[in-house]
Design a protein around this ligand. Structure first.
Ligand code: SF4
Length: 397
Protein backbone atom coordinates (compact mmCIF):
# COMPACT_ATOMS: atom_id res chain seq x y z
CA UNK A 1 0.00 0.00 0.00
CA UNK A 2 1.37 3.41 -0.99
CA UNK A 3 2.45 6.12 1.44
CA UNK A 4 -0.33 8.19 2.98
CA UNK A 5 -3.06 5.73 2.03
CA UNK A 6 -5.91 5.66 4.50
CA UNK A 7 -7.74 2.33 4.73
CA UNK A 8 -11.08 1.66 6.39
CA UNK A 9 -12.66 -1.77 6.76
CA UNK A 10 -16.37 -2.40 7.11
CA UNK A 11 -18.24 -5.60 7.88
CA UNK A 12 -20.89 -6.54 5.33
CA UNK A 13 -23.67 -9.12 5.60
CA UNK A 14 -22.69 -12.72 4.87
CA UNK A 15 -19.19 -12.59 6.40
CA UNK A 16 -17.99 -10.20 3.74
CA UNK A 17 -15.93 -7.05 4.27
CA UNK A 18 -15.44 -3.88 2.28
CA UNK A 19 -12.07 -2.12 2.32
CA UNK A 20 -12.29 1.54 1.35
CA UNK A 21 -8.93 3.13 0.55
CA UNK A 22 -8.18 6.77 -0.06
CA UNK A 23 -4.75 7.37 -1.58
CA UNK A 24 -3.23 10.72 -2.57
CA UNK A 25 -3.99 9.89 -6.22
CA UNK A 26 -6.81 7.30 -6.28
CA UNK A 27 -9.71 5.68 -4.45
CA UNK A 28 -10.29 1.89 -4.15
CA UNK A 29 -13.03 -0.43 -3.02
CA UNK A 30 -12.03 -3.97 -2.11
CA UNK A 31 -14.63 -6.63 -1.38
CA UNK A 32 -13.53 -9.74 0.50
CA UNK A 33 -13.49 -12.71 0.38
CA UNK A 34 -14.40 -12.35 -3.34
CA UNK A 35 -11.33 -10.13 -3.86
CA UNK A 36 -13.29 -7.79 -6.10
CA UNK A 37 -11.50 -4.48 -6.60
CA UNK A 38 -12.64 -1.20 -8.18
CA UNK A 39 -10.27 1.72 -8.73
CA UNK A 40 -11.36 5.31 -9.31
CA UNK A 41 -9.56 8.57 -9.92
CA UNK A 42 -10.17 11.43 -7.49
CA UNK A 43 -12.96 12.79 -9.70
CA UNK A 44 -14.81 9.50 -9.10
CA UNK A 45 -14.22 8.09 -12.62
CA UNK A 46 -13.85 4.35 -12.80
CA UNK A 47 -10.38 3.39 -14.10
CA UNK A 48 -10.41 -0.37 -13.81
CA UNK A 49 -11.91 -3.25 -11.90
CA UNK A 50 -11.25 -6.87 -11.04
CA UNK A 51 -14.60 -8.57 -10.58
CA UNK A 52 -15.38 -12.28 -10.23
CA UNK A 53 -11.83 -13.14 -11.22
CA UNK A 54 -11.82 -11.02 -14.39
CA UNK A 55 -9.76 -7.91 -15.06
CA UNK A 56 -11.40 -4.91 -16.79
CA UNK A 57 -10.08 -1.55 -17.94
CA UNK A 58 -12.04 1.57 -18.73
CA UNK A 59 -10.75 4.18 -21.16
CA UNK A 60 -11.41 7.90 -20.80
CA UNK A 61 -13.75 7.71 -23.79
CA UNK A 62 -15.79 5.26 -21.72
CA UNK A 63 -15.02 1.98 -23.42
CA UNK A 64 -14.54 -1.20 -21.44
CA UNK A 65 -12.10 -4.01 -22.08
CA UNK A 66 -11.79 -7.42 -20.53
CA UNK A 67 -8.17 -8.57 -20.18
CA UNK A 68 -7.18 -12.18 -19.90
CA UNK A 69 -4.41 -14.61 -20.75
CA UNK A 70 -4.67 -17.49 -23.17
CA UNK A 71 -2.23 -20.30 -23.79
CA UNK A 72 -1.32 -20.83 -27.46
CA UNK A 73 1.62 -22.50 -29.17
CA UNK A 74 3.03 -23.30 -25.72
CA UNK A 75 3.20 -19.58 -24.81
CA UNK A 76 1.02 -17.20 -22.79
CA UNK A 77 -0.69 -14.46 -24.80
CA UNK A 78 -2.75 -11.61 -23.51
CA UNK A 79 -6.25 -11.27 -24.87
CA UNK A 80 -8.22 -8.04 -24.87
CA UNK A 81 -11.94 -8.01 -25.69
CA UNK A 82 -14.19 -4.97 -25.67
CA UNK A 83 -17.32 -5.50 -23.62
CA UNK A 84 -20.66 -3.71 -23.77
CA UNK A 85 -21.54 -0.67 -21.72
CA UNK A 86 -24.59 -2.50 -20.35
CA UNK A 87 -22.47 -5.27 -18.91
CA UNK A 88 -19.94 -2.73 -17.63
CA UNK A 89 -22.72 -0.68 -16.00
CA UNK A 90 -23.77 -3.73 -13.97
CA UNK A 91 -20.20 -4.24 -12.74
CA UNK A 92 -19.85 -0.55 -11.93
CA UNK A 93 -23.18 -0.47 -10.11
CA UNK A 94 -22.03 -3.27 -7.84
CA UNK A 95 -19.28 -0.99 -6.54
CA UNK A 96 -21.66 1.91 -6.05
CA UNK A 97 -24.09 -0.29 -4.10
CA UNK A 98 -21.29 -1.52 -1.85
CA UNK A 99 -20.10 2.01 -1.19
CA UNK A 100 -23.66 3.26 -0.57
CA UNK A 101 -24.09 0.55 2.08
CA UNK A 102 -21.28 2.04 4.21
CA UNK A 103 -21.54 5.71 3.16
CA UNK A 104 -23.04 6.89 6.47
CA UNK A 105 -20.07 5.43 8.37
CA UNK A 106 -17.37 7.23 6.36
CA UNK A 107 -15.29 9.95 8.02
CA UNK A 108 -15.36 13.52 6.78
CA UNK A 109 -12.27 13.30 4.55
CA UNK A 110 -13.83 10.39 2.59
CA UNK A 111 -17.13 12.14 2.01
CA UNK A 112 -16.19 14.19 -1.02
CA UNK A 113 -14.72 11.33 -3.07
CA UNK A 114 -17.44 8.91 -1.92
CA UNK A 115 -20.07 11.38 -3.11
CA UNK A 116 -18.36 11.62 -6.50
CA UNK A 117 -18.17 7.86 -6.93
CA UNK A 118 -21.79 7.44 -5.85
CA UNK A 119 -23.03 10.03 -8.35
CA UNK A 120 -20.81 8.92 -11.25
CA UNK A 121 -22.95 6.30 -12.93
CA UNK A 122 -22.73 5.19 -16.56
CA UNK A 123 -24.69 8.19 -17.86
CA UNK A 124 -22.31 10.61 -16.09
CA UNK A 125 -19.31 8.69 -17.45
CA UNK A 126 -20.78 8.88 -20.95
CA UNK A 127 -21.11 12.68 -20.70
CA UNK A 128 -17.57 12.88 -19.35
CA UNK A 129 -16.37 10.81 -22.33
CA UNK A 130 -18.07 13.23 -24.74
CA UNK A 131 -16.01 16.06 -23.20
CA UNK A 132 -12.87 13.94 -23.57
CA UNK A 133 -13.65 13.30 -27.26
CA UNK A 134 -14.11 17.05 -27.79
CA UNK A 135 -10.65 17.78 -26.38
CA UNK A 136 -8.68 14.94 -27.97
CA UNK A 137 -8.42 13.13 -31.26
CA UNK A 138 -8.11 9.41 -30.44
CA UNK A 139 -4.88 8.72 -28.58
CA UNK A 140 -3.58 5.92 -30.75
CA UNK A 141 -0.57 4.64 -28.84
CA UNK A 142 1.94 5.44 -26.10
CA UNK A 143 5.09 3.64 -24.94
CA UNK A 144 4.18 1.26 -22.08
CA UNK A 145 5.96 3.26 -19.38
CA UNK A 146 3.84 6.26 -20.42
CA UNK A 147 0.36 4.72 -20.18
CA UNK A 148 -0.35 6.91 -17.14
CA UNK A 149 1.00 10.08 -18.74
CA UNK A 150 -0.99 13.24 -19.18
CA UNK A 151 -1.21 13.35 -22.95
CA UNK A 152 -1.04 16.82 -24.49
CA UNK A 153 -1.91 16.84 -28.17
CA UNK A 154 0.32 19.75 -29.21
CA UNK A 155 0.37 18.34 -32.73
CA UNK A 156 -1.96 15.95 -34.49
CA UNK A 157 -1.13 12.94 -36.61
CA UNK A 158 2.09 11.79 -38.21
CA UNK A 159 3.83 14.00 -40.72
CA UNK A 160 4.93 10.93 -42.70
CA UNK A 161 2.00 8.54 -42.29
CA UNK A 162 3.21 6.03 -44.89
CA UNK A 163 4.77 3.10 -43.02
CA UNK A 164 3.08 0.01 -44.44
CA UNK A 165 2.56 -1.65 -41.05
CA UNK A 166 1.16 1.34 -39.18
CA UNK A 167 -2.41 2.48 -39.02
CA UNK A 168 -2.27 4.73 -36.01
CA UNK A 169 -2.79 8.12 -37.60
CA UNK A 170 -4.34 7.42 -41.02
CA UNK A 171 -7.54 9.10 -39.80
CA UNK A 172 -5.99 12.58 -39.55
CA UNK A 173 -3.84 15.09 -41.34
CA UNK A 174 -0.64 16.16 -39.65
CA UNK A 175 -0.65 19.61 -38.15
CA UNK A 176 1.12 21.53 -35.41
CA UNK A 177 -1.17 23.50 -33.15
CA UNK A 178 -0.61 27.25 -32.86
CA UNK A 179 0.50 28.62 -29.49
CA UNK A 180 -3.03 29.91 -28.90
CA UNK A 181 -4.53 26.50 -29.69
CA UNK A 182 -1.98 24.82 -27.40
CA UNK A 183 -2.94 27.16 -24.57
CA UNK A 184 -6.65 26.46 -25.11
CA UNK A 185 -5.97 22.72 -25.27
CA UNK A 186 -4.00 22.79 -22.01
CA UNK A 187 -6.79 24.65 -20.21
CA UNK A 188 -9.39 22.22 -21.51
CA UNK A 189 -7.21 19.27 -20.44
CA UNK A 190 -6.78 20.72 -16.94
CA UNK A 191 -10.52 21.26 -16.62
CA UNK A 192 -11.28 17.76 -17.84
CA UNK A 193 -8.88 15.87 -15.59
CA UNK A 194 -9.64 17.93 -12.47
CA UNK A 195 -8.43 16.11 -9.35
CA UNK A 196 -7.82 13.05 -11.59
CA UNK A 197 -4.58 14.74 -12.67
CA UNK A 198 -2.93 13.40 -9.52
CA UNK A 199 -2.73 9.99 -11.19
CA UNK A 200 -0.73 11.35 -14.11
CA UNK A 201 2.98 10.91 -13.58
CA UNK A 202 4.38 12.64 -16.66
CA UNK A 203 3.44 14.66 -19.72
CA UNK A 204 3.50 12.98 -23.13
CA UNK A 205 3.61 15.23 -26.17
CA UNK A 206 1.35 13.76 -28.84
CA UNK A 207 0.85 12.67 -31.53
CA UNK A 208 3.45 10.68 -33.50
CA UNK A 209 6.34 13.08 -33.84
CA UNK A 210 5.74 16.20 -31.79
CA UNK A 211 9.50 16.81 -31.68
CA UNK A 212 9.31 17.87 -35.30
CA UNK A 213 7.85 21.15 -33.98
CA UNK A 214 10.41 23.89 -34.71
CA UNK A 215 12.67 24.49 -31.72
CA UNK A 216 11.51 28.03 -30.85
CA UNK A 217 7.84 26.98 -30.91
CA UNK A 218 8.60 23.84 -28.92
CA UNK A 219 10.43 25.87 -26.26
CA UNK A 220 7.40 28.17 -25.96
CA UNK A 221 5.10 25.11 -25.68
CA UNK A 222 7.22 23.50 -22.93
CA UNK A 223 7.25 26.82 -21.05
CA UNK A 224 3.46 26.93 -21.21
CA UNK A 225 3.20 23.30 -20.06
CA UNK A 226 5.32 24.11 -16.99
CA UNK A 227 3.15 27.08 -16.20
CA UNK A 228 -0.10 25.11 -16.53
CA UNK A 229 1.06 21.78 -15.08
CA UNK A 230 3.88 22.49 -12.61
CA UNK A 231 2.94 19.27 -10.77
CA UNK A 232 3.93 17.12 -13.78
CA UNK A 233 7.51 18.19 -14.54
CA UNK A 234 8.77 15.31 -16.70
CA UNK A 235 8.06 15.37 -20.42
CA UNK A 236 8.27 12.55 -22.99
CA UNK A 237 7.60 12.23 -26.71
CA UNK A 238 8.06 10.08 -29.80
CA UNK A 239 10.73 11.13 -32.29
CA UNK A 240 11.81 10.12 -35.79
CA UNK A 241 14.93 10.79 -37.86
CA UNK A 242 13.48 11.40 -41.30
CA UNK A 243 10.99 14.23 -41.06
CA UNK A 244 11.39 17.96 -40.43
CA UNK A 245 14.53 19.83 -39.43
CA UNK A 246 16.63 17.69 -37.13
CA UNK A 247 17.47 18.91 -33.68
CA UNK A 248 21.06 18.90 -32.46
CA UNK A 249 22.63 18.36 -29.06
CA UNK A 250 22.24 22.04 -28.05
CA UNK A 251 18.52 21.87 -28.90
CA UNK A 252 18.11 18.71 -26.83
CA UNK A 253 20.05 20.25 -23.94
CA UNK A 254 17.62 23.21 -23.92
CA UNK A 255 14.61 20.86 -24.08
CA UNK A 256 16.10 18.76 -21.26
CA UNK A 257 16.32 21.93 -19.13
CA UNK A 258 12.62 22.38 -19.82
CA UNK A 259 11.79 18.86 -18.63
CA UNK A 260 12.25 16.60 -21.66
CA UNK A 261 13.44 13.32 -20.12
CA UNK A 262 13.18 10.65 -22.80
CA UNK A 263 12.18 10.29 -26.45
CA UNK A 264 10.98 7.09 -28.11
CA UNK A 265 12.10 6.08 -31.56
CA UNK A 266 10.29 3.48 -33.67
CA UNK A 267 13.49 1.86 -34.87
CA UNK A 268 11.61 -1.29 -35.98
CA UNK A 269 14.71 -2.95 -37.49
CA UNK A 270 18.34 -2.27 -38.27
CA UNK A 271 17.99 -4.13 -41.57
CA UNK A 272 17.68 -1.71 -44.53
CA UNK A 273 15.86 -4.18 -46.85
CA UNK A 274 13.26 -4.88 -44.18
CA UNK A 275 12.83 -1.16 -43.47
CA UNK A 276 12.14 -0.66 -47.15
CA UNK A 277 9.33 -3.22 -47.03
CA UNK A 278 8.00 -1.49 -43.94
CA UNK A 279 8.05 1.79 -45.88
CA UNK A 280 10.19 3.50 -43.25
CA UNK A 281 12.88 5.68 -44.85
CA UNK A 282 15.33 5.90 -41.96
CA UNK A 283 19.09 5.49 -42.13
CA UNK A 284 21.24 3.81 -39.51
CA UNK A 285 23.71 6.71 -39.59
CA UNK A 286 20.95 9.17 -38.73
CA UNK A 287 19.86 7.00 -35.82
CA UNK A 288 23.43 6.79 -34.51
CA UNK A 289 23.75 10.58 -34.81
CA UNK A 290 20.44 11.04 -32.97
CA UNK A 291 21.70 8.76 -30.20
CA UNK A 292 24.86 10.89 -29.84
CA UNK A 293 22.94 14.19 -29.87
CA UNK A 294 20.46 12.98 -27.28
CA UNK A 295 23.23 11.73 -25.00
CA UNK A 296 25.14 15.01 -25.32
CA UNK A 297 21.94 16.93 -24.62
CA UNK A 298 21.02 14.80 -21.57
CA UNK A 299 17.86 13.22 -23.01
CA UNK A 300 17.26 9.47 -22.64
CA UNK A 301 16.26 7.24 -25.54
CA UNK A 302 13.68 4.45 -25.83
CA UNK A 303 13.95 2.36 -29.00
CA UNK A 304 11.18 0.15 -30.28
CA UNK A 305 11.88 -2.95 -32.35
CA UNK A 306 9.26 -4.80 -34.37
CA UNK A 307 9.57 -8.54 -33.68
CA UNK A 308 8.25 -10.77 -36.46
CA UNK A 309 8.34 -8.14 -39.20
CA UNK A 310 9.46 -9.80 -42.44
CA UNK A 311 8.69 -13.24 -40.99
CA UNK A 312 11.11 -16.17 -41.06
CA UNK A 313 12.71 -14.80 -44.20
CA UNK A 314 14.13 -11.78 -42.34
CA UNK A 315 14.53 -13.44 -38.95
CA UNK A 316 18.35 -13.75 -38.89
CA UNK A 317 19.13 -10.49 -40.75
CA UNK A 318 16.65 -8.51 -38.62
CA UNK A 319 18.14 -9.90 -35.42
CA UNK A 320 21.75 -9.38 -36.44
CA UNK A 321 21.39 -5.88 -37.93
CA UNK A 322 19.06 -4.60 -35.22
CA UNK A 323 21.40 -5.68 -32.45
CA UNK A 324 24.43 -4.32 -34.30
CA UNK A 325 22.72 -0.93 -34.65
CA UNK A 326 21.54 -0.83 -31.05
CA UNK A 327 25.06 -1.68 -29.84
CA UNK A 328 26.30 1.43 -31.64
CA UNK A 329 23.80 3.59 -29.75
CA UNK A 330 25.76 3.14 -26.54
CA UNK A 331 22.59 3.01 -24.45
CA UNK A 332 22.87 3.31 -20.68
CA UNK A 333 20.93 4.01 -17.52
CA UNK A 334 17.42 5.37 -18.23
CA UNK A 335 17.47 4.21 -21.85
CA UNK A 336 15.02 1.51 -22.88
CA UNK A 337 14.44 -1.10 -25.52
CA UNK A 338 10.94 -2.26 -26.31
CA UNK A 339 10.23 -5.31 -28.42
CA UNK A 340 6.87 -4.90 -30.08
CA UNK A 341 5.46 -8.24 -31.18
CA UNK A 342 4.03 -7.71 -34.65
CA UNK A 343 0.30 -7.27 -34.71
CA UNK A 344 -1.37 -6.47 -38.00
CA UNK A 345 -3.17 -3.12 -38.04
CA UNK A 346 -2.68 -2.14 -41.69
CA UNK A 347 -3.60 -4.29 -44.72
CA UNK A 348 -0.92 -2.56 -46.77
CA UNK A 349 1.76 -4.57 -44.97
CA UNK A 350 0.03 -7.85 -45.87
CA UNK A 351 -0.07 -6.78 -49.53
CA UNK A 352 3.67 -6.02 -49.50
CA UNK A 353 4.42 -9.38 -47.89
CA UNK A 354 2.27 -11.17 -50.50
CA UNK A 355 4.03 -9.32 -53.30
CA UNK A 356 7.39 -10.37 -51.86
CA UNK A 357 6.11 -13.92 -51.25
CA UNK A 358 6.92 -13.65 -47.58
CA UNK A 359 4.76 -15.81 -45.39
CA UNK A 360 3.15 -14.01 -42.45
CA UNK A 361 4.30 -15.69 -39.24
CA UNK A 362 1.87 -17.16 -36.72
CA UNK A 363 1.73 -15.58 -33.22
CA UNK A 364 3.77 -18.53 -31.88
CA UNK A 365 6.59 -17.81 -34.37
CA UNK A 366 6.46 -14.09 -33.61
CA UNK A 367 6.80 -14.93 -29.92
CA UNK A 368 9.85 -17.10 -30.64
CA UNK A 369 11.43 -14.28 -32.67
CA UNK A 370 10.63 -11.84 -29.85
CA UNK A 371 12.15 -14.17 -27.23
CA UNK A 372 15.25 -14.60 -29.37
CA UNK A 373 15.65 -10.83 -29.77
CA UNK A 374 15.19 -10.27 -26.06
CA UNK A 375 17.69 -12.99 -25.19
CA UNK A 376 20.36 -11.70 -27.57
CA UNK A 377 19.83 -8.07 -26.55
CA UNK A 378 20.09 -9.00 -22.88
CA UNK A 379 23.38 -10.73 -23.60
CA UNK A 380 24.86 -7.81 -25.50
CA UNK A 381 23.36 -4.60 -24.14
CA UNK A 382 24.39 -2.99 -20.86
CA UNK A 383 22.36 -4.32 -17.93
CA UNK A 384 21.27 -0.80 -16.97
CA UNK A 385 19.15 -0.63 -20.13
CA UNK A 386 15.65 -1.97 -19.57
CA UNK A 387 14.46 -4.44 -22.21
CA UNK A 388 10.80 -5.42 -22.32
CA UNK A 389 7.99 -6.50 -24.57
CA UNK A 390 5.54 -3.92 -25.93
CA UNK A 391 2.08 -5.28 -26.63
CA UNK A 392 0.12 -2.63 -28.52
CA UNK A 393 -3.14 -4.44 -27.74
CA UNK A 394 -2.59 -3.67 -24.07
CA UNK A 395 -2.70 0.08 -24.63
CA UNK A 396 -5.64 1.87 -23.07
CA UNK A 397 -6.03 5.56 -22.35
S1 SF4 B 1 5.33 4.13 -37.77
FE1 SF4 B 1 5.60 6.20 -36.99
S2 SF4 B 1 6.46 7.34 -38.73
FE2 SF4 B 1 5.56 5.48 -39.57
S3 SF4 B 1 3.47 6.05 -40.17
FE3 SF4 B 1 3.36 5.20 -38.08
S4 SF4 B 1 3.51 6.97 -36.75
FE4 SF4 B 1 4.24 7.63 -38.76
Amino acid sequence: MGKNAEILNFALPGDRTLGVTLKPHAFNLFEKPQENLWTFDLEGRLLGMYVDGVNYRRTLDNRYFRKSRIRMHGEDFRQVIEISQDKSALLLDRSRELLASVADQLPLNFENIAERVLTTDMSVLEKDAAVFRDIYLPISILPPDQYMALVLQVSEGCNYNQCTFCNFYRDRTFRIKSQVEVEEHLLAVRDFFGAGIKLRRSVFLADANALVIPQNRLVAILDTIHREFPEVPQIYSFIDVFTGVRKGSADFARLAELGLRRVYLGLESGNPALLELLGKPQLSDDIIQLGKDLKAGGVQLGVILLAGAGGEQFRRAHLKDSIALIEKLDLGFGDMIYISEFYETNREYRKVMEREQIELPEPGTIRKISNELRFELRRKIHKDVSISVYDIQQFFY
